[in-house]
Design a protein around this ligand. Structure first.
Ligand SMILES: Cc1ncc(COP(=O)(O)O)c(C=O)c1O
Length: 327
C-alpha cells in the first residue's frame, strides 16, 4: 500500500523502466489503493492480486528465483526484498538521533518501530552496527505477531493472516527477519539455510537458544491489538492534538508498554492518518473527525480515474501478464 505508491510516484513516466506493483486486492485501505491506481502513466502496471501480502511477496520471490526470467527482463525490486532499500532507510535513524540529542552528544536513544516485513527495524539494527548510539530497538507488531511470539517464546511459527486496522503490517512471514537471523547465527549462510528449509517445510522453527539470546540482546518486542490501536489514537488526539495513523499508533503503544532506560525513545511514524479515515473516526469519534483536515492530495483521489489489473495469486498468471505487457 505505501511502498507501492512511493515506487509508482518515483518511477511514473521514467524512460526505460516498467513498474509492476502487486498489491493484495481489498487488503489495502481504499485511499492507499487509489494512490496507486490513479496513476495512469503507460509504464505503471497495478496488479490487484487475488490474495494477501504473503502471496504477493512469494510470487515476486519466485519470479526473482527464476534466473533466466530475471535476466531477460532485468528485474529489480523496490521493496525491502532489495537490500539497498534497507540501507537507504538507515539514514533517518541518524537524522532522528541528531534531532533529539544535543550537538556532540553520545547519549543512547531508543527506537520503537511498527514492524511488518522487518525492513525498517533491520535498518535500525544496521545503523546501530554502523556506530549510532542506539539503546533499545522495539519490534512493534499488530495481531499478526509472528515476531513478537518469537521474542517471547523462541518459536518462529506461522499463523493465519488476520485483517487488522494496520493493513501494511498484515504479514505472516517477515521477509527480512531471516537476514537478522543470519547475523545472529554468526553470519553463517549454511546454518541460516538449514533453518529456513525447516521453516518452509513445516511452517515452524525452534531456534537454537544461543541464537535466541543474541536476538533478545539486540531487540525487544510488543504486540498491539486493534483495540489498543484505537485507544492510543484517541488518547494522543485528546492529549496532544496529534493524530496518529494506526501503524504509527502501534509504535507509540509498544514504546509505552516496553519502556526504556535511555533518556529518549523515538517512535517511527510511517503513514499519514488520512489514509485510514475509517479507523481514525472509530478512534476519535465523528465530532472530532469533522474537525480534521484531510490533505488535498488525498481528498482529490476520490474523483480521479483509476486503472488496475485483477490477477489470480499464481506465479504463472503474473509472469504471463508481465510478458504480455512488455511485448
Ligand atoms: C505504514 C507502514 N507501517 C509499517 C510498515 C512496516 O515496515 P516493514 O515492512 O519494513 O517492517 C510499513 C511497510 O510498508 C508501512 O507502510
Amino acid at each position: 500500500g505505501d511502498t507501492g505508491s512511493s515506487a509508482i510516484h518515483g518511477l511514473r513516466g521514467k524512460k526505460g523502466v516498467e513498474c509492476f506493483i502487486l498489491f493484495p486486492d481489498g487488503r489495502t485501505s481504499p485511499i492507499q489503493e487509489r494512490q496507486m491506481t490513479t496513476v495512469l502513466d503507460s509504464n505503471i502496471h497495478n496488479i490487484a492480486l487475488k490474495g494477501n501480502f504473503d502471496d504477493a511477496q512469494n510470487i515476486v520471490k519466485a519470479l526473482f528465483a527464476d534466473l533466466p526470467f530475471k535476466k531477460e527482463y532485468n528485474l529489480g525490486a523496490v521493496n525491502s526484498i532489495n537490500w539497498a532499500r534497507i540501507l537507504a532507510q538507515t539514514v533517518y535513524y541518524v537524522y532522528a538521533y541528531l534531532k533529539v540529542t544535543d550537538a556532540g552528544s553520545t547519549d543512547k536513544v531508543s527506537f520503537s518501530v511498527p514492524t511488518g516485513n522487518f525492513g525498517d527495524i533491520l535498518a535500525g539494527f544496521y545503523a546501530k552496527k554502523m556506530g549510532l548510539p542506539v539503546a533499545d530497538l522495539v519490534v512493534a507488531t499488530n495481531e499478526n505477531d509472528i515476531l513478537d511470539r518469537f521474542f517471547k517464546t523462541a518459536k518462529y511459527s506461522r499463523n493465519e493472516c488476520r485483517e487488522t486496522l494496520s493493513p501494511s503490517m498484515d504479514i505472516t512471514i517477515s521477509s527480512n527477519f531471516e537476514r537478522f537471523l543470519y547475523h545472529m547465527a554468526g553470519d553463517d549462510s549454511k546454518a541460516l539455510g538449514d533453518m529456513m528449509k525447516t521453516f518452509e517445510a513445516t511452517g515452524s522453527l525452534e531456534v537454537d537458544s544461543k541464537v535466541v539470546d543474541k536476538c533478545k540482546a539486540e531487540m525487544k518486542s510488543s504486540m498491539v491489538p486493534d483495540e489498543e490501536v484505537l485507544s492510543t489514537i484517541e488518547e494522543y488526539e485528546k492529549k496532544f492534538g496529534y493524530v496518529l495513523d494506526p501503524h504509527s499508533a502501534i509504535g507509540v503503544a509498544a514504546a509505552n508498554k516496553v519502556g526504556t532506560e535511555a533518556k529518549k525513545m523515538v517512535s517511527l511514524a510511517c503513514a499519514h492518518w488520512g489514509k485510514f479515515p475509517v479507523a481514525v473516526e472509530r478512534a476519535v469519534g465523528s465530532e472530532a473527525m469533522k474537525k480534521l483536515d484531510v490533505p488535498d492530495t488525498l481528498a482529490q483521489l476520490d474523483t480521479m480515474e483509476t486503472r488496475k489489473y485483477p490477477i489470480e495469486a499464481e506465479t504463472e498468471a503474473v509472469r504471463e501478464f508481465i510478458v504480455k505487457q512488455l511485448s
